[in-house]
Design a protein around this ligand. Structure first.
Ligand code: ITT
Length: 194
């Protein structure tokens, strides 16, 4: 089956490709000749996920899915949440976002956080959503060079390494994104379209 993954984030494409069976042909935005920034103007993660998928479907008329993800920190009332990509400003710098997060958590004992992903699939013009969550804690000092975004400061529950210290297959075994992808695959399987 051929499906477009509506994202400009190459790390996400690499992670998701590793989760998919061989019967799957995943194409990125470049392959459908979409080089625009996708809109993300709603104030919720499910809303932005749907908005990205809807934009690609309306402009390119292809079956596709989009993922919107974010980090929700308990002591910060769910921030950065929907603002995760631009937490420290429009430059979308992962290093700046991490620095601001650590500053805002300075001296706070409660480090509980979770990653959430909402995938929106558009199949034959109908929209479906799938959610994946990963619980963990925010550590004080970034560690590891893998992954992207907040991975260097996020330690999943039951792990002694950050997500950035895990190999991609180890991150994929537990991550919010892979959990949402698994639900998407189960759905496609049940519809016999994989
Ligand atoms: P697209 O919208 O083009 O898919 P994006 O990088 O803007 O790519 P999101 O809006 O879904 O992606 O994600 C918002 C931010 O959340 C992202 O920039 C990272 O800072 C963070 N994030 C999402 N998934 C993550 C992950 O698996 N590990 C670490 N940080 C992640």
């Amino acid at each position: 089956m051929k499906l477009c993954f509506a994202t400009n984030n190459d790390h996400k494409i690499a992670e998701v490709k590793k989760c998919l069976p061989g019967s799957f042909s995943l194409v990125g935005l470049k392959e459908i000749e979409c080089d625009e920034e996708l809109p993300e103007t709603t104030r919720t993660i499910p809303g932005n996920s749907r908005q990205k998928a809807e934009y690609v479907f309306q402009h390119y008329r292809v079956d596709c899915f989009a993922d919107d993800s974010g980090l929700e920190v308990e002591a910060l009332q769910g921030a950065p949440g929907v603002d995760s990509a631009m937490y420290a400003g429009p430059q979308r710098s992962h290093a700046d976002n991490i620095a601001l997060l650590l500053k805002n958590l300075h001296g706070i004992a409660n480090r509980k956080a979770r990653f959430i992903t909402v995938i929106t699939l558009v199949l034959n013009g109908t929209f479906y959503q799938f959610e994946g969550v990963l619980n963990g804690t925010i550590i004080d000092t970034p560690r590891g060079a893998g992954g992207f975004g907040y991975d260097p400061v996020f330690m999943p529950d039951g792990e002694s390494r950050t997500l950035a210290e895990l190999r991609m297959d180890e991150k994929n075994a537990i991550s919010h994104r892979s959990r949402a992808i698994q639900k998407l695959l189960n759905f496609l399987d049940s519809k016999a379209v994989v």
